[in-house]
Design a protein around this ligand. Structure first.
Ligand code: ADP
Length: 275
């Protein structure tokens, strides 16, 4: 890497090694994948899997074929949200993802484990290798949007995803907190270094609405997401409340039954940004 490299190829004129076209993994030869979207967060528990699931449902309802690659290997929560149990099948040409009742294709390590309660005690390279196989060995059949639920932070797996798959854009999920600017900056800088556009921010758990008086209560304090979005020049895709009905749907495995998907407009913005 040249000394004067600014880690941002769009503004830097330095002709360094990182400018060379990246070598992406090839998907399974029977796969057909349109756009790949990474869903990332700075830390765990902010609702990244919830956002991935709701975005998938919103895109599916618009008539697109949607896949979810659950790259959160040690904390997979996608199968539970959609009520999927194990039993992935395959043949000599590859693995067939599970299909939700609504028609979303899902691959997750939990679907391959004999018992979903088994802990995954694997070292980083093995985990990263598994995520790669979810791309190279799984048959993604005519998928318009493949959503990748990345583990939190900027570790091995998000790096593998960004370096190995041709990701078209990332959605950054955060919750209202003082550190949000730094957390968004870390995720944004990582995407920037890989030359991947940030499609926008989703603030989750922004408030809870009092069921009696309808007042918005800001449990985690005032939101700064508008300023952060303006500071980085990213669209603010949605501000999602804490909604007990959503967590109940996840717990029951019926996230596809959500009546009013809070990410419907966000999905429209993403489709527009990627077309
Ligand atoms: P992450 O993927 O960032 O670790 P999850 O999506 O698994 O986070 O969410 C953590 C927990 O919070 C889950 O039990 C999920 O159902 C719940 N949750 C997330 N977002 C909301 C929300 N907006 N309203 C209610 N519960 C939520």
């Amino acid at each position: 890497m040249a000394e004067e490299c600014t880690h941002n190829c769009s503004t830097c004129s330095s002709d360094c090694a990182s400018r060379k076209a990246p070598q992406y993994d090839k998907p399974n030869e029977k796969s057909k994948i349109g756009k790949i979207i990474g869903v990332v967060s700075g830390k765990g528990g902010v609702g990244k899997s919830m956002v991935t699931s709701l975005l998938a449902v919103a895109l599916n309802r618009k008539g697109y074929r949607v896949g979810i690659l659950d790259a959160d290997i040690t904390g997979p929560s996608i199968p539970k949200a959609f009520g999927l149990k194990g039993g992935i099948e395959g043949d000599e040409s590859g693995l067939f993802p599970a299909r939700t009742p609504g028609g979303i294709d899902v691959i997750s390590l939990n679907l391959l484990l004999p018992d979903e309660k088994s802990p995954v005690i694997w070292r980083g390279p093995v985990i990263a290798g598994t995520v790669k196989q979810f791309y190279t060995d799984v048959i993604w059949d005519n998928i318009d949007y493949l959503l990748i639920d990345c583990p939190p932070g900027t570790g091995d797996v998000p790096l593998t995803v960004f370096q190995s798959f041709k990701v078209d854009g990332v959605v950054i999920v955060s919750s209202p907190q003082e550190l949000v600017s730094m957390i968004v900056a870390k995720a944004a800088n990582m995407a920037n270094m890989m030359n991947i556009p940030v499609l926008g921010l989703v603030e989750n758990m922004s408030f809870v609405r009092c069921p009696d008086c309808g007042k918005e209560i800001r449990i985690f304090g005032e939101s700064h997401i508008e300023q952060v979005a303006a500071e980085f020049g990213f669209p603010l895709l949605a501000k999602m409340p804490i909604d007990p009905a959503l967590s109940a749907l996840v717990d029951e495995g019926h996230i596809e039954w959500v009546e009013k998907d809070p990410l419907t407009e966000a999905a429209e913005s993403i489709v527009a940004a990627l077309s």
